[in-house]
Design a protein around this ligand. Structure first.
Ligand code: CO
Length: 152
């Protein structure tokens, strides 16, 4: 089941989300719905607050398969990359954002098991962007400038 994606102006996007403590059917249904919602919207990532759920849950798919992250934390970053970024909660806009070139993230899976994942390029960008959502941060807060269609 897809859920409604909230957009800029909705309070849910500005809240600090709570850690997920229970790894049960409720979480699994949320993960399923978030994946379906992300795919339908043609996005590469979605954070729970974007569907109005104030929990630390993220899904990402940059074309290398689905990644589910529960209670994710960035534990290491290196380098820098600059590029265009958008957000399903801010439709029709894009910004130029500098992010780390590589990140290492520690998270839990849908059963509560801890794991680490490393990403570079688009995956590193998506990890930073989605984890920011869990603390009420949006790319427009950190972007260098807005990108308009006549640029590039
Ligand atoms: Co976003």
């Amino acid at each position: 089941m897809t859920r409604k994606i909230v957009t800029l102006g909705d309070e849910a996007l500005r809240k600090t989300c709570k850690r997920m403590e229970k790894f049960d059917l409720r979480l699994w249904l949320l993960l399923r719905d978030m994946k379906e919602t992300m795919n339908k919207a043609d996005g590469v990532g979605l954070a729970a607050p974007q569907v109005g759920i104030l929990r630390r849950v993220v899904v990402i798919d940059v074309g290398e398969g689905l990644i589910e992250l529960v209670n994710p934390e960035i534990i290491e970053t290196s380098g820098e990359q600059a590029g265009a970024e958008g957000c399903l909660s801010i439709p029709g806009r894009r910004g130029f954002v500098v992010r780390p070139a590589k990140v290492k993230v520690r998270a839990q899976d849908r059963n509560g098991k801890h794991f680490e994942i490393e990403g570079e390029g688009l995956l590193a960008r998506a990890l930073c962007h989605e984890i920011d959502h869990l603390d009420g941060k949006l790319y427009i807060d950190v972007m260098d400038h807005e990108i308009f269609d006549d640029e590039e």
